[in-house]
Design a protein around this ligand. Sequence first.
Ligand SMILES: [Fe+2]
Ligand SMILES: [Fe+2]
Length: 161
Amino acid sequence: MNAVDLLIQQHREIEGMLRKALDTEEADAREQLYKQAADHLAVHVASEEQIFFPAVKAGRTEDILLESLEEHLALKRLIADLEGLQPSEKTFEPKLHVLKEQSEHHHKEEEDDLFPKVRKMMDGQRLDQLGNEMLALQKRMQRDGEPREAVAEQTDKAAPL
Ligand SMILES: [Fe+2]
Ligand SMILES: [Fe+2]
């Protein structure tokens, strides 16, 4: 699968899951939806940081990638905070709201600034290959457990490029 198409599709899925979690009032159901969204966000971000970003790093993408990595750090910090909260606590919902807003903003920047450049830089075959590598990593992470839980260990500084 084409890496850029895959990432865009996952942006919409993650946004949908976060919206659904916010729209759900009942605490247990909200928690399950939040966990699902955070796991998807965690594997999405990991596959960008470990596979996609290093592969698309070039003079004209470096600034965007560095900004993206800082935005990933902010998203990870929100997830780490949410992991330490019960959905019944007063700050859970506002924090979840900020996670939704910041991920939407981040996705838009990647889609507007980064992906068009990547499509010009790389041919379809290379993008397919990258997409398959990312899917394999994501599946491995989902199979190994709850990927969002590892995010708390990555909140000191942004991942290196
Ligand atoms: Fe990202
Ligand atoms: Fe992304």
